[in-house]
Design a protein around this ligand. Structure first.
Ligand code: B3K
Ligand code: ZN
Length: 880
């Protein structure tokens, strides 16, 4: 396989002004006719007499230029596409190709998902539909006509506005769509099926009426309300916060069961994975409600950040993804608890993105090379990319950031641009020099910050010294520092913020109590004057940069921060650091066969939280959760999974035993009987609190909790409570109760794929039951289908990523199981196979023995014949 480099980028030699497509959909296959108005690109660096188009798995039926069929010798068909030899400066190219949507299992291009046709073109799927310049910097106006059997496919959709429809012979019909906006082909979409539409409307700020239309299979018609209300909220928010209005008369959302990722922002026709858009209270959990709100917003926001202004090439992917994740995170923060949203995002970043950043596939936010672009839809591009935009936001402040985004959209509307263009607009609008900041886009790896501080009582001076390093640039002579916004405060012994005076000129009364420090040197000192008593520093508030801060706090300081910190994120983080520190020392003792004790200070701190009348419930619901095993592994140099698992469980069981009364009270106080379901963040927090309390108690084998869980399981009126009770039972030692609950649940919900996915993953993530045998048995269950990515994720993905104690079993069977399935999926769906392989590439965190077992499986995969580019890239880069 060939590596593609950013440095080799060249402008397209040809442009396509108009794209006219005609689809004939049939049960045997589909015929695609294209009419492309091609012209030589006057700006191209390279002039060539031949036109080379991309095309994969296409059967060419006919080809003509300006109405004249080409003869042999005038064109050549290759594995990768089509070459038309010796073309003029402008011409009309007509092609007819035959494709087989029914046979596509990779879910790219035009494929069938149950009884409907749908498409997925990003990144390079359009070349599986017809011959084309399949690159984002070729933007064209699309007109699409679809013909199909009218009974089987009454609904025929594509991008833009419907302009014509009519009946044809032999029970067929057609619909024609015109998209007035030029777009790259990765934003093309087509859907055909027997679907119901649920309609709504939105009036834009300037008074234009937009029809909102959701298309679903008939059985899902009562699962659309939440997505539609999230959509309207997103449309309003983008007007209020970014001044961006929607630009077509109709916005459509389609739900599809077989989909490789969450959703796709095709112009005017977003296609969603059913699990990321369909919800009603009795089938979807709170976290699904919130995920849907975030993804609907994300795809909608792409209409500006991605579609109106798109990427020049796929190395710039984070231009649209990082920015759009930043936008959807801000939206969710505004709709819900800002602190909780930040906690969830940072948790993901610190466990999964940090692991990626130090793993074999580590890459910068703007990668400089790839083999398969599908492998780069990563946490680094998305989440770290969003952090990088968030840092610009922090450095510029709300107002200048908005000026910057206005300039960016205005300057580049209708263009395909780079991350440099984005930063330039931010710099030009704000006057803030972002030259050094750009390093965040180019360097992989997570910077580490060492914090040192001193208090001089006599001089009333507090001195903070920060130093930074980045593992990926170690030993690099040109190593330059990052520009890091470091949000900082000082707390007095009552937990109050102290005014921060950096030089004597500052007017005392107006001194800020929180500062975003511009940390730009390798080592840099900041001084704060008139500090009367020794303070406790509050570091990297709100996680103001995606870095690791070396822990400098004692347990007592962490306890103080856990109870008094005024920054909600840091307060939660202090609790996480304290719990992690305690779990780590228990794990050490466990490994050395010493007696195990849980530091009583942690129990007392939890008691304090549980009885506190003042703490915000949303924050408390997060503070009650111990650091995950994945995070504890990420914190370790060499992780001993048995010790971590054992130590964490011991802490949890101790809390259950010592705080039984408080936990039961928490359960009761947060249980509503007979109240209607609401997905507002306060109700969500209360359900989360109650269910955490139940889970802690039942995991420790408490029999009162068993009674509560069984009662909740049968009487729950929403899926959050029903599945939480099931999870608690499944993770308990009450074997007969757990089996009966699982059977009852399946019998009740087997017709609902979204609920069945939950049923599968609850079993596969149970540390108790999650033996590999149970997982393998589930793969032969009627509910499982290896061709459906959601089922694969719920079973294989859930087990390998979230059942660590069983996956990492020293027999090596977990690793072998994963490799077997990667090999199987490599043929069916390379994108899913390559994503699944990740846990096998994380060997670095484990001892030699486990590393050797993982490497053996990677070698086994690599020796497979016909390995896809996707799997090849990940596995070959992971082999030592
Ligand atoms: N842009 C799509 C992701 C496409 C993934 C292609 N392998 C969804 C999103 O980020 O909004
Ligand atoms: Zn996106």
């Amino acid at each position: 396989p060939r590596t593609i480099f950013l440095k080799d980028y060249q402008k397209p030699p040809f442009l396509i002004d108009e794209t006219v497509l005609h689809f004939d959909l049939n049960e045997q296959g589909a015929t695609v006719k294209s009419r492309l108005s091609v012209r030589r690109n006057p700006e191209a660096e390279l002039t060539t007499s031949d036109l080379t188009l991309d095309g994969v798995d296409l059967e060419l039926v006919s080809i003509a230029i300006d109405g004249v069929a080409l003869s042999e010798g005038q064109y050549a068909v290759t594995e990768e596409g089509l070459k038309v030899i010796g073309v003029a400066d402008t011409f009309l190219l007509e092609c007819e190709t035959l494709i087989k949507p029914q046979e596509i299992t990779c879910l790219e291009g035009l494929y069938k998902s149950s009884s409907m046709f749908c498409t997925q073109c990003e990144a390079e799927g359009f070349r599986r539909i017809t011959y084309y310049l399949d690159r984002p910097d070729v933007m064209s106006r699309f007109t699409t006509t679809i013909t199909a059997d009218k009974t089987l496919y009454p609904v025929l959709l594509s991008n833009g506005n419907e302009v014509e429809r009519g009946d044809l012979e032999s029970g067929r019909h057609f619909v024609r769509w015109e998209d007035p906006f030029r777009k790259p082909c990765y934003l093309f979409a087509l859907v055909a099926g027997d679907l119901l539409n649920i309609d709504d409307q939105y009036v834009t700020a300037s008074g234009r009426k937009v029809s909102l239309r959701m298309f679903v299979e008939p059985q899902n018609k009562d699962k659309c309300e939440h997505a539609l209300s999230s959509l309207k909220a997103s449309m309003k928010w983008d007007e209020d916060v970014y001044g961006r209005e929607y630009d077509l008369d109709i916005f459509m959302i389609v739900a599809v069961d077989d989909f490789n990722m969450g959703a796709m922002e095709n112009k005017g026709l977003n296609i969603f994975n059913s699990s990321c858009v369909l919800a009603k209270p009795d089938t979807a959990t709170d976290s699904t409600y919130q995920r849907i709100e975030a993804i609907v917003a994300h795809e909608y926001f792409h209409n500006w950040s991605g579609n109106r202004v798109t990427c020049r090439d796929w190395f710039q992917l984070s231009l649209k993804e990082g920015f759009t994740v930043f936008r959807d995170a801000e939206f969710s923060a505004d709709m819900n608890s800002r602190t909780v949203k930040r906690i969830e995002d940072v948790n993901l970043l610190r466990t999964a993105q940090f692991a990626e950043d130090s793993g074999p596939m580590s890459h910068p936010v703007r990668p400089s090379s790839f083999i398969e672009i599908s492998n780069f839809y990563t946490l680094t591009i998305y989440e770290k990319g969003a952090e990088v935009v968030g840092m610009i936001h922090r450095l510029l402040g709300e107002e200048l950031f908005r000026k910057g985004s206005d300039l960016y959209f205005e300057r580049h509307d209708g263009q395909a641009v780079t991350t440099d263009d984005f930063v330039q607009a931010m710099q030009d609008a704000s006057g803030k020099d972002l030259t050094q900041f750009k390093r965040w886009y180019d360097i992989a790896g997570t910077p580490v910050i060492d914090v040192d501080y001193q208090y001089d009582e006599q001089a009333q001076l507090f001195t903070l010294t920060l130093s930074q390093s980045c593992p990926s640039t170690e030993g690099d002579a040109d190593e330059k520092p990052f520009h890091i916004p470091f949000t900082f405060a000082l707390l007095d012994s009552n937990g109050c913020n102290i005014p921060l005076i950096q030089n004597d000129d500052a007017v005392f009364a107006n001194a800020p109590t929180e500062l975003v420090l511009d940390f730009v040197e390798t080592e840099q000192t900041f001084k704060f004057q008139h500090i009367e008593k020794e303070p406790v520093p509050s570091l990297l508030r709100g996680f103001s940069a995606p870095v690791k801060v070396k822990n400098t706090f004692s347990r007592d300081q962490l306890l103080f921060l856990m109870m008094n910190e005024t920054d909600g994120f840091n307060r939660w983080d202090a609790g996480q650091r304290l719990s992690a520190d305690i779990i780590q020392s228990i794990a050490e003792d466990y490994m050395h066969g010493r007696a195990l004790n849980v530091d009583a200070r942690l129990v007392n701190a939890y008691r304090g939280l549980l009885v506190s009348k003042s703490i915000d419930k949303a924050l408390l619901s997060k503070m009650l959760m111990l650091p995950t095993e994945s995070y504890l592994i990420e914190l370790a140099d060499e992780a001993n999974i048995e010790a971590i698992h054992h130590a964490r469980n011991l802490v949890r069981d101790t809390l259950a035993e010592k705080l039984k009364i408080e936990l039961l009270r928490c359960y009761q106080e947060n249980t509503d009987v007979g109240a209607a379901y609401s997905a507002d963040f306060n109700s969500i927090a209360r359900r989360s609190l109650k269910n955490s309390a139940l889970n802690i108690l039942l995991s420790a084998g408490d029999s009162d909790a068993l009674v509560l869980a069984e009662k909740q399981f049968v009487s729950a009126t929403n899926m959050t409570d029903e599945s939480a009770a099931l999870i608690a039972l499944v993770n308990s030692d009450f074997v007969s109760q757990r089996e009966s609950a699982l059977n009852t649940f399946y019998a009740k919900w087997k017709a609902d794929p979204q609920v069945v996915e939950q049923w599968l993953s609850i079993q596969c993530t149970s540390a108790k039951s999650g033996t590999l045998e149970a997982v393998k048995r589930l793969m032969t269950h009627e509910a499982f289908d290896i061709k459906n990515p959601n089922k694969v994720r719920s079973v294989i993905g859930a087990f390998c990523n979230h059942n660590l104690i069983n996956f990492h079993n020293l027999s090596g069977e977990g690793y072998q199981f994963l490799a077997d399935n990667v090999i199987k999926l490599n043929k069916l769906n390379p994108q899913i196979a390559s994503r699944l392989v990740t846990p096998l590439t994380r060997g670095k965190k484990f001892n030699q023995e486990r590393q050797a077992l993982m490497q053996a499986q990677l070698h086994r995969i690599l020796s497979e014949e016909n390995l896809s580019k996707d799997v090849y890239e990940v596995v070959s880069k992971s082999i030592k």
